[in-house]
Structure formats: C-alpha cells, structure tokens
Ligand binder design. Structure first.
Ligand SMILES: [Zn+2]
Length: 323
C-alpha cells in the first residue's frame, strides 16, 4: 500500500523498491543475538520464522508547489549486483514514481544522503542520468571516498555501482558538491551525520504543518534505538556512526521530532521516547496518509484547503526553463 507524509504545504512521498528485505542479524550486526523479549525482535522489525531482520529499501520525493526533490534513489532497475536481492531488478521504482503523475523532467534536484548502492541506482538507466534537469547534490568528501582505493575495495562486495550509477551523473555535469549543512531546496536542508560513510547526511524537510528528518542510514534498524552503540558491518567509521546515532536519538527524544530512517519498516516515520529499558519507538501515524499520492491533485487540494493562495500550476511553467 502506497503512503506519504502530510506536512501541510509539503508532501514527502515514500517510493518503496522492496518492503521486506530479510537479512541475518549477524550479517548486519556482527555478533548480535536479538533479545526476543524486546519490541525490535517482533513484527514489523523481525521475522521470527526466518530469524531475520526486516528492512525496507526506499527513497523519498519531497513535493511542494515550488519544487520536486528526489532524496536517494534505491538500487535501481537492471543493474549487475552481487547481492541476489539487488541484482537485475525490475522497474519497480520508476513505476511508483510515474504513478504520482510526475515525469523525470519535473524533478528539480536529487539529493544523495550517501553513495551506497541502495541509495543511488534509480537516478541512472543504461549509464545515463534519468532526471535531465536535476543537479544531484552530494557531499564532496563522500564522492572522494568512494572514488579512492579504500572505497573501491568495498565495491568488490557489491559490484561497481559507482561506475554504472554515479560516474555517469558526474560525466554529464550534473553532480554538485555541497556542504554537509547545505540548503538543498525551498523546504529542505542537509544535516551533517558523517560516520556510516564519510560524507553521510540527513535531510530536514519543513512544511507548514510539520517537520521530518529523513535520517538516511544514520540508523538501519530498531535494535539501534535500543542499542545506539551498535554500528553495522557496513559503517565506514563505526565509532563516529555510533556517536552520531546517540546524538540524533538524544535530539529527537528531547524534541519529539519525527524522524524517518530509510530502512525502517513501513511507514518508517516515528518518534522516540525515553523508556525504562532505553529508548522506545512509536510510528508517527498522525503524519501518514495511505493511498496513491498524485501530484497535481495534491496541488489542487492545497488551494482548496487554503494552504496556498495562488494557482499552483503557474509555478510549474518556470521549471521547464531550468537546468
Ligand atoms: Zn542503505
């Protein structure tokens, strides 16, 4: 079931490539033996029959009358990848994108929280950029790391996704290096979160009726809410990743802010509270709207609801001249 988050004059739309990727706890968190009495070891976080952690592979559209952003781009279709669940995928991502009524030329910018294989793929097809007018924002340190020998070594595990999914964007002149706290849209700014990878960031999205922090891979699974010190096998700097995670949890628990870690089970968005046995997580049902998001209908509803005074379609015509 499709869903999106209602922030008033901004909609954050979840595009899900895989809603149930199962992974052995020990593959992701070496040595982890889940505490079966705890909430993170039950549905929707944990598949008891398979004894595996549940992950979602997704990215987000940030839609307003002003602009459309794509935040991360999943694995993508038709890519050669080592992990069987990622290899030569059908075009699920694009089908969901098109179902919103948007077309590739409507996308004003793409934001990469980091350059792992499950966050970049759908931005290219056949080694060509998919979004013709969009700058693709990434922190320079992130790109430099994956282009280095150390980063290249990690790609033997995944398949060389840099070559087929990131370098074509650079070669087309569409990759833009930004600071880790850059403003990337009328309603979106980056939040530094280096650790999982050297240039990892979160994306804060502000609307008239709410704010969410798209937390990317700063956190992967509910077990890390209980145990913030637990970094994954794939964290480049595990110590820094743990510190960033601890600070993030402290912040969202204190402020009641909604955060959306990419790989948390649907609907992924939630709030953290301090409980007796550590932090607890509660899904933010108040922001979630189920059903297919359709961009033009939603723009029309903004006018009807008085959230926006002028005809929103006028904003669209400026876009075609850009890029
Ligand atoms: Zn990821």
């Amino acid at each position: 079931m499709a869903h999106w988050f209602d922030l008033g004059d901004v909609a954050v739309v979840s595009l899900i490539e895989d809603d149930r990727l199962l992974i052995e706890p020990g593959e992701f968190f070496p040595g982890l033996e889940p505490d079966l009495a705890d909430w993170y070891a039950r549905e929707p976080w944990f598949d008891r029959a398979a004894e595996k952690l549940v992950f979602v592979i997704q990215s987000f559209l940030v839609c307003s009358a002003d602009e459309v952003l794509v935040v991360d781009a999943c694995v993508g279709a038709g890519k050669d990848r080592q992990r069987p669940e990622f290899d030569q995928l059908p075009d699920r991502w694009r089908q969901q994108f098109l179902a919103t009524g948007l077309r590739e030329a409507d996308v004003d910018a793409v934001v990469f929280t980091h350059l792992h294989t499950d966050h970049v793929g759908a931005a290219t097809a056949q080694r060509e950029p998919v979004f013709p007018h969009a700058p693709h924002f990434v922190v320079e340190q992130e790109f430099r790391y994956w282009s280095s020998e150390a980063g290249g070594a990690a790609m033997r595990r995944t398949g060389d996704y840099l070559a087929d999914s990131v370098l074509p964007i650079e070669q087309a002149g569409q990759l833009r290096f930004v600071a880790p706290d850059a403003v990337v849209g009328r309603h979106a700014e980056l939040v530094p979160a280096a650790g999982h990878t050297p240039g990892n960031v979160c994306v804060r999205v502000r609307g008239s009726a709410g704010t969410v922090l798209l937390a990317g891979d700063t956190m992967h699974h509910g077990v890390q809410i209980r145990h913030p010190e637990l970094s994954t096998r794939y964290c480049v700097e595990p110590g820094a990743a743990a510190r960033v995670r601890g600070a993030l949890l402290d912040e969202v628990a204190g402020s009641g802010a909604v955060f959306v870690p990419t790989h948390f089970p649907v609907p992924s968005a939630g709030r953290v509270r301090r409980g007796q046995a550590g932090y607890d997580f509660e899904f933010a049902a108040d922001l979630v709207r189920t059903g297919q998001f359709r961009y033009r209908e939603w723009l029309g509803s903004l006018v009807t609801l008085g959230r926006r005074g002028s005809a929103p379609v006028a904003a669209r015509s400026q876009w075609a001249d850009r890029g």
